[in-house]
Design a protein around this ligand. Structure first.
Ligand code: PLP
Length: 389
């Protein structure tokens, strides 16, 4: 008998036939260089725990201590009852790290982008967005109801053309990833900032993958590009190099005050658990106090990039810890990821809609905590796979 829900299975079957069906994999260990994936030890080349801070003893101690003192949950939204004192410490620490007047923490980076953008732009406004921007930016733009124009990837000339063709809007907002999440390249923030200034546009930078990795003390890509102190709204996440969970925005006091009053993903949700806030604060302190982890991370990434290119893999020109190994068709990317798993290497296949059609890839990411032996093992797996295809 036909059911009103038959379409659910039909859609899954269609996805499977197109090589696009995704499955969850069970991880049975902490996100270190080698993990236990479904009962097997494999080298982890798919983690955003770039500095290894999620298992740093100081970070774990801070989380445990906060839980003992404050319990496991926030118990309410921040505006009503869940604004734990650690929020204040963490937000001051973030503002200091970013060199801004103030900062505000959200439940996740996704929640931050989908909340900030609709506050900055509305129906009468124009948003200019890089074609490879993260899905959370795309969704934030949709929620804003602003007119959106998409410029070619990192193409500042195209951005200028679109701006010069667009008159009659109340406000303009340019938004870009700093380090592109699936490509690892760095947006030309300096040139975009100049364009923003010339066209009286606001400039929002999503530093999810640059924070902790680039700039002095890991303060991020805006500093890396020599733009600290400029009028740029910096969004980021605590879920990648910081090793925990949460998003943030750093900017002027007025921006933060308006967000507290208007950002729906801030207002209508429960605060983060105290352990998460304390862990993030401790991780920020570790991140700022030593450049060793950052240096090791980027050295690991360089070693892997050079070796994979020598083996004959097609890499996109990443300057960071994210290494896109382009395969092409989705099923082929999945097959290669599976072959690598047999070799004991986890390098996730990324397929449309996360990347443009025809550019399915392995998204290889390094961690500062990968040992020489993890990396040797991983490279040996890649060598065996390329010689068998
Ligand atoms: C560029 C970018 N922005 C935002 C996010 C969302 O961050 P979170 O995972 O903290 O929700 C991600 C996460 O994948 C990202 O890559």
């Amino acid at each position: 008998m036909m059911s009103d829900y038959d379409w659910l299975q039909s859609e899954c079957t269609e996805l499977e036939q197109a090589g696009l069906l995704r499955h969850l994999r069970v991880v049975m260990s902490a996100p270190t260089g080698t993990i236990n994936l479904g009962g097997r030890d494999v080298v982890m080349l798919g983690s955003n725990n770039y500095l290894g801070l999620s298992t740093h003893p100081k970070v774990i101690d801070a989380a445990v201590e906060a839980t003992k003192v404050y319990g496991t949950g926030a118990s309410g939204s921040r505006l009503i009852s869940g604004n734990n004192t650690i929020y204040e410490t963490l937000e001051n620490n973030l503002a200091k790290t970013k060199g801004t007047e103030a900062a505000l923490v959200f439940s996740s980076g996704y929640a931050a982008n989908t909340s900030i953008i609709p506050v900055l732009a509305g129906e009468d406004d124009l948003i200019l967005s890089d074609t490879l921007n993260h899905a959370s930016i795309i969704d934030g733009c949709r929620l804003s109801r602003a007119t959106k124009k998409v410029y070619r990837h990192c193409d500042v000339e195209h951005l200028m053309t679109l701006l010069s063709e667009s008159t009659g809007f109340r406000r303009r907002l340019i938004v870009t990833d700093s380090v592109f999440s699936m490509d690892g390249d760095i947006a030309p923030l300096h040139d975009i900032y100049e364009v923003a200034t010339n066209y009286n546009a606001m400039f929002l930078v999503d530093d999810a993958h640059g924070f902790g990795v680039l700039g002095k003390g890991g303060s991020g890509t805006v500093a890396h590009c020599g733009l600290e102190g400029k009028d740029i709204i910096q969004m980021g996440t605590l879920s990648k190099a910081i090793g925990g969970l949460g998003g943030y925005v750093a900017g002027s006091r007025a921006l933060i005050e308006l967000l507290i009053n208007r950002a729906r993903g801030f207002i209508f949700t429960t605060g983060l658990p105290p352990a998460t806030l304390a862990a993030a604060n401790a991780a920020l302190n570790v991140m700022r106090s030593s450049s060793k982890l950052r240096k090791r991370l980027l050295e690991n990434a360089d070693t892997v990039k050079i070796s994979l290119a020598k083996m004959g893999y097609t890499l996109l020109p990443s300057q960071t810890q994210i290494i896109p190994v382009v395969i092409g068709e989705p099923q082929h990317a999945t097959d290669i990821a599976e072959a690598l798993l047999i070799e004991g290497v986890f390098a996730p296949a990324i397929r449309p809609p996360a990347v443009p059609s025809g550019t399915s890839r392995l998204r290889v990411t390094l961690m500062a905590t990968h040992t020489d032996s993890d990396i040797e093992h991983a490279l040996c797996g890649f060598e065996n796979v390329i010689s068998s295809i």
